[in-house]
Ligand binder design. Structure first.
Ligand SMILES: C[S@@+](CC[C@H](N)C(=O)[O-])C[C@H]1O[C@@H](n2cnc3c(N)ncnc32)[C@H](O)[C@@H]1O
Length: 256
């Protein structure tokens, strides 16, 4: 199997295994808010919309007529969209121009060949929207506190899927990289950095979110102890350390 094939299998297995926790915590507490600027950009285009790497439906709940595509069958089982399809973003099983718009929230930071995926999105839709984390990441003390507890117990603070997602995320986590992907697919790009304010969910819910991400899920043998210690570490932080407004890169490309 090629490196790209191995990467996709690693992500499919990791997102399958973490699907329940991801849907309950990560989607509800974080990704559902982060998807809003992309949903607004895609909403202008009309329908149908394709949601690529749709996961458990953070973007799809904001665009209820969308079609969801994802590698992970278990993530799709949590996705509320009626039209759901298991598949690879780099080979979309749709005819040219089948959609008014195609969007991808936090998917391009997982694709071994993001250029191929964006070219596929541009083939099936005249408007393409991309959203990813801006890198490098600003230090955020609640995340650091959880990671320190995880590292103490597991000897590492990240899974193999987490390490790979971080590497791939660095490659696409800038306005220049997202602009390059859209231009490479023959689209006229508009790219901006945006910040989204996230409501503080409380120490326990924040820890549950961190432990449900594919970067951490399954890493520790004693999740109840890690959870308890991580909650204590986060609860001990001063209130001014808690607000979180992650920086994202939002790119919209239109057919020339
Ligand atoms: C961080 S989640 C984001 C899910 C959702 N878009 C959201 O914003 O909550 C990343 C998703 O990308 C999916 N994914 C990773 N590689 C993929 C690929 N090659 N094709 C389709 N989906 C992929 C994973 O299965 C996972 O559901």
């Amino acid at each position: 199997m090629s490196d790209a094939g191995r990467a996709k299998r690693l992500f499919a297995e990791a997102y399958d295994a973490s699907a329940d926790g991801f849907a309950r915590s990560a989607d509800r507490l974080v990704y559902g808010y982060l998807a809003r600027p992309l949903a607004r950009a895609l909403g202008e285009a009309g329908s149908p919309v394709l949601d690529v790497a749709a996961g458990s439906g953070a973007l799809g709940r904001l665009l209820p007529a969308a079609v969801a595509l994802d590698l992970s069958a278990a993530q799709l089982r949590h996705n509320p969209l009626p039209a759901r399809l298991q598949g690879d973003a780099e080979r979309l099983p749709f005819r040219d121009g089948a959609f008014a718009a195609a969007g991808c929230a936090f998917g391009i930071n997982h694709f071994p060949d993001p250029g191929a995926a964006v070219a596929e999105m541009a083939r099936v839709a005249p408007l393409v929207g991309l959203l990813t984390w801006s890198r490098p990441e600003a230090p955020y003390r609640p995340k650091q506190a959880v990671m320190e507890v995880v590292a103490r117990h597991a000897g590492s603070d990240r899974t193999a899927a987490g390490i790979l997602a971080d590497e791939l995320g660095e490659r696409v986590g800038s306005p220049a990289a997202v602009r390059g992907l859209l231009e490479g697919a023959g689209l006229r790009p508009e790219v901006a950095e945006v910040e989204v304010d996230l409501p503080w969910p409380g120490a326990a819910a924040f820890v549950d979110y961190r432990l449900a991400t594919v970067g951490v899920a399954g890493l520790v043998d004693d999740p109840a102890t890690v959870r308890r210690q991580a909650i204590a570490a986060v609860a001990a932080l001063p209130p001014e350390a808690l607000p979180w407004a992650p920086r994202l890169v939002l790119g919209v490309g239109r057919r020339r």
